[in-house]
Design a protein around this ligand. Structure first.
Ligand code: PMP
Length: 428
């Protein structure tokens, strides 16, 4: 593959942007080599500035669950933008979006739109602190909730990829208020709540972890956390920025039948535009300004073009059977990859949720962050580049989930498995 134009752009970018990028994992640091620069995208495919085509298993890190550049979404954006890009006064699409969200996610009786997942989680813990009058936040090792100060404590995603789980610039006084415990460890959660339960404002969790590769909750684990929070008066916050509208229309809370107090969203509800949201019980959300004293605001929040893109995407994924088909395709891909690895005698394991998967260069099962970290990083790197050369773009980090979309059909999956067979063949 020729990458001359991408290389030239990356050379220019490195002089001007930290690491040449506007978000760290894009720089390919952990896998080595250089990123390609996108020219356009369509369906399951990304096309780079040198004319190379890739089957895309990143999907802009989640938003493109219905495939790239869907005509329905683009048409909604075009129609809306002709009336102006931002008004700074309320618009009807914000109300439509709030109606859609509260309908799809019944635990959210009220919502507030923001511009990113980071803003959503920052705001959610402010609400948790504001309504409980407590200061301590609990999160899980390897979970990523955006780059807010309180979350850069033993975080996953890019911070883990780059070996920076605790970032300089986060004051100790604030980081000390974040307690981390291991995901899927029933005892650790019970012990922590036993010890300091009455200091905990909120516990925030990725109900399915997508930022430490992909780890599913053990049977009853989320229910256990629900009960602990209820008993100790702490708010349970589901960070569904990744899982929302993906693992089921109603997200992980619908899939596992858990009612969190607050939820955070992003990615899919913006359809590719910068959007996030947080919501929850009316008694909590009504304490947000201006109906209450907990302050949170945004010049571009509820942006009409972003709302239009999100609403058009939600319309696509509300089609009956959408998530069943996404789940079937995810299994088809993962079964194919596991079979190809077996043929080549490569120790390999996948984890799956509808539209999300984890790839591990080790035997299963993978149920904890320690299990996930034990994947062979050198083998992942080799696999990543082998697949890229064969026109398959996987997340450029062993600590990120892969994403499927409804545009990934038989042809794309067959191509992917064929490429994997060839790369595994070199590795065995
Ligand atoms: N929470 C989760 C679970 C995420 O996966 C992410 C981003 N990958 C965020 C929060 C932060 O979202 P954003 O990048 O839009 O700020």
């Amino acid at each position: 593959m020729n990458h001359a134009r991408s290389h030239a752009l990356f050379t220019r970018a490195q002089d001007l942007l930290p690491g040449g990028v506007n978000s760290p994992v894009r720089a390919f640091k952990s896998v080595g080599g250089e990123p390609f620069f996108a020219q356009r995208a369509e369906g399951a495919y990304l096309f780079d500035v040198d004319g190379n085509r890739y089957i895309d298993y990143v999907g802009s890190w989640g938003p493109m669950v219905a495939g790239h550049a869907r005509p329905e979404v683009l048409a909604a954006v075009e129609k809306t933008m002709r009336d102006g890009l931002s008004f700074g006064v309320p618009n009807a699409l914000e109300v439509e979006m709030a109606e859609a969200l509260t309908h799809i996610v019944p635990s959210c009786e009220m919502v507030r739109m923001v511009n990113s997942g980071t803003e959503a989680t920052l705001s959610a813990i402010r609400v948790a602190r504001g309504v409980t009058g407590r200061t301590r936040i609990v999160k899980f090792e390897g979970c990523y909730h955006g780059h807010g100060d309180s979350f850069l404590v033993k975080a996953g995603s890019g911070v883990m990829t780059l070996g920076l789980p605790n970032s300089p610039g986060v004051p100790d006084a604030l980081a000390d208020l974040t307690t981390t415990i291991p995901y899927n460890d029933f005892e650790a959660a019970s012990a922590l709540f036993e010890e300091i339960g009455d200091e905990i404002a909120g516990l925030i969790i990725e109900p399915i972890v997508g930022n430490a590769n992909c780890i599913l909750p053990r049977e009853g684990y989320l229910q256990h956390l629900r009960e602990l929070c209820t008993r100790h008066g702490a708010l349970l916050i589901f960070d569904e920025v990744m899982t929302g509208f993906r693992v089921a229309l109603g997200g992980a809370q619908a899939r596992y039948g858990i009612t969190p107090d607050l939820s955070t969203f992003g990615k899919i509800i913006g359809g590719g535009m910068p959007v996030g949201a947080y919501g929850g019980k009316r008694e909590y959300m009504s304490q947000v300004a201006p109906s209450g004293p907990i302050y949170q605001a945004g010049t571009l929040s509820g942006n009409p073009v972003a709302m239009a893109a999100g609403l058009a995407t939600l319309a696509l994924i509300r089609e009956p059977g959408f998530h069943d088909e996404l789940e079937r395709r995810t299994h088809q891909l993962c079964d194919g990859l596991e079979a190809a690895a077996r043929e080549a005698n490569v120790a390999f394991h996948t984890t799956r949720a509808p539209g999300m998967f984890g790839l591990y260069f080790r035997e299963g099962p993978v149920e904890t962050f320690e299990d996930a970290k034990a994947s062979d990083a050198a083998k992942f790197k080799h696999f990543f580049h082998g697949m890229l050369e064969r026109g398959v773009y996987l997340a450029p980090s062993a600590f990120e989930a892969g994403f499927m979309s409804s545009a990934h059909g038989d042809a794309e999956i067959a191509h992917t498995v064929k490429a994997a067979r060839s790369v595994f063949g070199d590795m065995g």
